[in-house]
Design a protein around this ligand. Sequence first.
Ligand SMILES: [Fe+2]
Length: 317
Amino acid sequence: MIDLHSHILPGIDDGAPDLGVALEMARIAVANGVAVQACTPHIFPGLFDNSGPRIRRATQELQRHLDEEGVPLRLVTGADVHIVPNMVNGLRAGEILSLADTRYVLVEPPHHVAPPRLEHVFFELLAAGYVPILTHPERLTWIETRYDALVQLFRAGVWMQVTAGALTGAFGRRPQYWAERMLSEALVHILATDAHGARRRPPDLAAGRAAAAKWLGEEEAEQLVSLRPRAILENAAPSAVRPPAGASFKSPLIGKPGLEKETPSIDPRSHWLGARLGARLGARLGARLGARVGGKPSARAGRKKEPGLTAWFGRFF
Ligand SMILES: [Fe+2]
């Protein structure tokens, strides 16, 4: 697998505080099955004043330590770029780094406030020949009110990166709901860890991949963590890359025609809870039914009944 978002470089932002933690993170990544790790520290003027040359030096240094320690992880450069003025100039000048010096660049919108000219920033990058990858849309606190804007950006050619931990519930129910929903609606290009440490927010790509596979199947899960990330590192044209595929099973809410227009008036948590509760009740009822029919409670019977019953129960929450 290839993880294209991490704060593994030591002492450069709010990620790994020192070399020891960075090496521990690298070992966890390798144990997860990651072969290539992008080092993408924040570039956030005034808070994390990182520059292209500094990130390159720190990446080379960490690679040297990994090689000495025999950790089989290949590092590539990048940055988690907060929206700043003149991004295109910064990229051209080498002060801002794209992923492995390709056309693909991680762009982090403000977490709590949707910037008024959000679309403009992304269109400028697209017009200059870059492919912006919007990081962790599922964790933005304003996603409910501006989901339509995110969908528009996707349609305009912006790529979306969902956090592996969001899919496993590590960030709570709300980001999990949005991560699942965006995956189901075929709006997600890649999964990445955005790892910040070895214990708090560790590199957990394998668990994220497994969660995605549950929703989308093995083929699309592989696209999310291996094939599309590899295409990015090869600087492939977006038109040459397979677009995201949605889920075959959809909850009563997800995938409803015109849903994105209704989003602001929907409290996603209630629907998320409905779907979860429905799944639990469905699984339990399914197991009971299995017990009646087959004589013995079986988890398999529960799983088999789950999707239909989930849909049925989901209508009432
Ligand atoms: Fe990040």
